[in-house]
Design a binder for this molecule. Structure first.
Ligand code: IPM
Ligand code: MG
Length: 369
């Protein structure tokens, strides 16, 4: 059965990183009996240049119909002055909202070879394996009103709205508890119930659904600011962290850096399983941004993008063996001391984007032989 993949490389280093995934897809099609059918579209600044929108209606329709979307990165200084509604990020936010990708999985794994590349002491991060489950279609990102009003007295007023309904908290908590059962069986929920009503409700709903359906899983609650502090103090205390859209955005960047580089962290954004087919809409993207400062130089780290494709194999196509092998291939290449600039350390071999992709593909082939 063929699987359709819609590729949205985007801006900056997105296309360079995506090219390394395409090599793996081509190899799986030609040598491993996979049947991926790919199509490519535009998102972000490049879509604005071509269509005056952060993503065209045609590409939105393709994303809707694909089995999975692979997303690179969007944005760059070139588009800093474009109107707010068509800024590059609007393309990504529209994909998340229209495809109803409410569950964002951001694993932060510290490969043993990279413990020294972390800004924390190696012993604090060695063997780190945590999963941030971020709510992705609600909260302050999408809440209305969202306005800047001229008050007429030389002042303006900006309003963003943090809003969560019970069902939104229930379904993201459910995802976190179920994933915890496949891991170390512990969930830490983070909010700010001490200042926010949405935090009060979040805490209540997570507590209730835990009691009703997931009491076998260990549950803790932390205020999100304390959670951020604990993430850099003793990150290995966590297994699964579940949190809202904005806190999840910030905490996942913090968690990413624990692993040595933002260039290492993949993510999966999943919708609810379809009642008839069981299929869920899904988008896979590296957590790093478009890194315009190094774009086009061939030095970007493609690992987060490749690891995002491994998540795609696992969550969209249940190709668990292949996903395991691809992740193992990344670990082996790092063990051999092959590094892009962002994770470079003394005594290692510094390579560019293409050579890193080639090394991972060669290792993947060897592991699959
Ligand atoms: C992320 C990014 C996005 C976000 C931006 C690009 C809109 O930072 O995926 O973490 O804030 O969600
Ligand atoms: Mg972010």
């Amino acid at each position: 059965m063929s699987h359709s993949l819609f590729l949205l490389p985007g801006d900056g280093i997105g296309p360079e990183a995506m090219a390394e995934v395409v090599k793996i897809i081509d190899h799986m099609n030609s040598a491993m009996g996979a049947d991926f059918v790919t199509d490519t579209g535009l998102v972000g600044g490049c879509a604005y240049d071509a269509h005056g929108a952060a993503i065209s209606e045609g590409d939105m329709a393709k994303a809707m119909n694909a089995d999975a979307v692979l997303f690179g990165a969007v944005g760059g200084p070139k588009w800093d002055a474009v109107p707010y509604d068509v800024r590059p990020e609007a393309g990504l936010l529209r994909l998340r909202k229209d495809l109803q990708l409410f569950a964002n999985l951001r694993p932060a794994i510290c490969y043993p070879a990279l413990a020294d590349a972390s800004s924390l002491k190696a012993e604090l991060v060695e063997g780190l394996d945590i999963l941030i489950v971020r709510e992705l279609t609600g909260g302050v990102y999408f809440g209305e009103p969202k306005t800047i009003t001229d008050l007429g007295n030389g002042q303006k007023r900006a309003v963003d709205t943090q809003v969560y309904d019970t069902y939104e908290i229930e379904r993201i908590a459910g995802v976190a508890f179920e994933l915890a059962r496949t891991r170390k069986n512990a969930v830490c929920s983070m909010e700010k119930r001490n200042v926010m009503k949405s935090g009060v409700l979040w805490n209540q709903v997570v507590t209730e659904i835990h009691k009703a359906k997931y009491s076998d899983v260990k549950l803790d609650h932390m205020l999100a600011d304390a959670g951020g502090m604990q993430l850099v103090r003793a990150p290995k205390q966590f297994d699964v962290i579940v949190t809202d859209n904005l806190f999840g955005d910030m905490l996942s960047d913090v968690a990413a850096m624990l692993t040595g580089s933002l260039g290492m962290l993949p993510s999966a954004s999943l919708g609810a399983p379809d009642a008839k087919t069981g299929k869920r809409k899904a988008l896979y993207e590296p957590v790093h941004g478009s890194a315009p400062d190094i774009a086009g130089q061939g030095i970007a780290n493609p690992i987060a993008m490749i690891a995002s494709f491994a998540m795609c194999l696992r969550y969209s196509f249940n190709m668990v063996t292949e996903a395991d092998r691809l992740e193992k291939a990344i670990a082996n290449v790092l063990d051999k001391g092959i590094r892009t600039g962002d994770i470079m350390s003394e005594g290692s071999t510094r390579v560019g984007t293409t050579a890193m992709g080639d090394a991972i593909l060669a290792e993947f082939k060897a592991l699959s032989a």
